[in-house]
Design a protein around this ligand. Structure first.
Ligand code: UDP
Length: 234
């Protein structure tokens, strides 16, 4: 069983099939799973995406300056983080949003030592604002924060069971990898996460588990060491 983990939740997951915004029911289901993990004694930090509101590389941003569009994307993650913080606190646990972009009225600034302190005190930390820099993704932010806080594993919750040879929603005979290396992901051109995030994990020996969070209870199962999804190693 893991003692400290970093969970990456995409914006799309929070929209739960609605395509846009935050699903008011699903966010409470995720929050209760996260609370269950914390109640088992595992320290858990979360990086949230923002794709359910805005992506710097989306169609909507095609005529925009990339940096301005990415700023909008990063602000979207703050909305999701606040929603998640609220849902987690409804379970009776304490949560703190730490933002890579300073906005004192709504979130704490990201300070590594303070984040670790929150975790040690049993608070759930939600990292917002990605890395705080344009041209990056929240997957890269997840890899970065996981390493900074000394997480043992990066857990990436998705809508599919793991990493497949091809998109299982499109290719019927696509097969799942139980284990795979970061190098194989790059060589095979699998679009699991962007290459910046992949190489960061690879260079720093950070293991990652990709699993489906469609099935309730999976986050707890993965944290308790059950073999779900695909394990990626350096
Ligand atoms: N973003 C950014 N820098 C970061 C993280 C995110 O500029 O460090 C922006 C980028 O425009 C991205 C958007 O925020 O498209 C939302 O993040 P992402 O696409 O990673 O969210 P997800 O797909 O996980 O919902």
């Amino acid at each position: 069983m893991y003692k400290r983990v970093l969970l990456k939740i995409s914006g799309e997951a929070l929209a739960a099939g609605r395509g846009f915004g935050v699903d008011a029911v699903f966010i409470h289901e995720i929050a209760s799973e996260i609370a269950q993990v914390a109640r088992t004694g595992c320290q858990i930090a979360i990086v949230v995406g923002g794709g359910n509101f805005f992506r710097g590389v989306s169609e909507q941003a095609i005529h925009m300056d990339r940096v301005a569009a990415d700023h909008m994307g990063m602000l979207s993650t703050v909305i999701n983080a606040l929603a998640l913080q609220d849902a987690i606190e409804k379970t009776g646990l304490h949560a703190r949003v730490m933002s890579a972009i300073e906005m004192h009225e709504v979130a704490e600034p990201y300070i590594r030592r303070r984040a670790i302190r929150h975790l040690e005190k049993g608070r759930i930390v939600v990292f917002a604002g990605g890395t705080g820099n344009p041209y990056f993704s929240t997957d890269t932010a997840a890899a970065l924060r996981a390493m900074e806080i000394g997480a043992e594993v990066l857990l990436k919750a998705t809508s599919v069971e793991g990493i497949y040879t091809a998109d299982p929603k499109k290719v019927a005979d696509a097969t799942k990898f139980d284990t795979i290396t970061y190098m194989e992901i790059i060589k095979l051109g699998l679009r699991v996460m962007d290459t910046t995030a992949v190489s960061l994990c690879k260079d720093n020996n950070l293991p990652m588990i990709i699993f489906s969070m469609r099935e309730m209870g999976n986050i707890v199962r993965v944290v308790q060491g059950e073999k779900l999804g695909s394990l990626v190693t350096a």
